[in-house]
Design a protein around this ligand. Sequence first.
Ligand SMILES: C[S@@+](CC[C@H](N)C(=O)[O-])C[C@H]1O[C@@H](n2cnc3c(N)ncnc32)[C@H](O)[C@@H]1O
Length: 341
Amino acid sequence: MNEAKHTSPTTNGSPLDPATGLSGRRITRFLPPAFAHIPVMAEVVTETLSTVPSGPILDATIGGGGHSYEILKSRVDLNVIGIDQDPEALAAAKSKLAGFENRISLIHGRFDDLSVVTKHIGKQKLSGFLFDLGVSSYQLDNPHRGFSFRNDGPLDMRMNPESQITAGKYVNDSSEQELASLLYNYGDERYSKRIAKAIVSMRPIASTKELANIISDAMPARSRRSSGHPARRSFQALRIAVNCEIEILESSIRESIQMLKVGGRGVVLSYHSGEDRIVKRVLRELAGLDTSNSKYLPEVRHEKEILLLARKAQRASSDEISRNPRASSALLRKFEKVSEL
Ligand SMILES: C[S@@+](CC[C@H](N)C(=O)[O-])C[C@H]1O[C@@H](n2cnc3c(N)ncnc32)[C@H](O)[C@@H]1O
């Protein structure tokens, strides 16, 4: 991505800050909504962790603390170390988990820095962990965070407001080629080239609504009418890039598995296929299963560190999806550590 060389005017007349790529003008006046997020497949999570030895559970993406609340309620001999890179999420988790004050530790940071967890547990190992990936409903629904294509807001999308690169930076400073591959690789967007071209021709772009309209106009009419909002995949791709969601996933899962006790369990919830492909590959490899995926060859088994508790990713029930549509894309993988290799 090229660095912004000067402060450029936006289409709403307000300058973009070259450091963040954000418009200086407030786009919408609003009151932040209360933290609302329904934990996905919470019963499966607590049931999976019901057999683990006593001790610490890492909630690597604690969000509003919904899953942690259920975990702490389900067993008095578990405590939670919760990480989130979003201070607003941590504040919500703190209030949600106020009744368990002596059994929780909250850490502001990214889950690829697990040294903070080691500092907390010393020589102890983890009894379990949960990664509930992606964004919370609160982040999506809060226009000033800039994740939503439905509400107008700044092109931000940072989960951690202290990090430097915003969606605005990607949108306004990347080359057409860089944008096209970002949209294709992280969003599976088949019209990535057309969209990238349209974005570059309309720059500078300041707001989520402007961007959503440009994306929508760049798509062929027939695909605009098909499943979901036309900007959904592009917004997902930008969010993944801004928050480095893919790069750190594999190493973080591997490291967390090393930190598990034998008998400890892990659960990973992903919400799009690119993420789940990475999780599946790592887990199959550590479970001693061949990862070549050839259906013509017999499955090769090697020494194994974990046992998969289900062969396929588990999905939410239709009942849960009707209560919480966010659960419709969830893919849950669970396993138990069976040996130290
Ligand atoms: C789907 S929400 C988790 C919701 C939570 N399970 C609950 O029940 O409320 C994902 C959370 O993970 C955080 N997050 C995403 N990627 C992260 C990362 N790499 N490091 C730390 N936190 C991250 C987001 O800020 C968000 O609050």
